[in-house]
Design a protein around this ligand. Sequence first.
Ligand code: NI
Length: 155
Amino acid sequence: MALLDIVKAGDPLLKQVASPIEKVDSKLRKLMENMAETMYKADGVGLAAPQIGQSIRLVVIDVGDDKGLVEMVNPVITHREGSELGQEGCLSVPNVFGDVERAEKVTVEYLNRWGKKKRLTAKGLMARCIQHELDHLEGTLFIDVAKTIKQGEKK
Ligand code: NI
């Protein structure tokens, strides 16, 4: 496995709409593994492919719950419920935190690492993280949608 460089805010790649993935193959699985390693090393809970310089619809998430590492290819949110304000940060925007309003509960459909169709319903931090990572695929950063922004401090 290998650590990947994380693209930082200001790079136009983070503002692009990412392309759908057509083939889930061993090359993509290798990329997922490298993204997961990069995320863990950086102490993050999620990472989207544009953040490592690839404008494709792939995210990896591990919020430390019983779901463990979740890899999502071409994820789409099919249901949203409620709304909740909560603090977020991003590996592409170091030392900045902000309160973002997100749905409290979401259902997401995606392909897993074997190209199998999956559906996941999540609440709390996992739901927040899914929405944050999927925003990356649309070229949106949390600082674009946050209600308040704080520099250099984590609650
Ligand atoms: Ni992020």
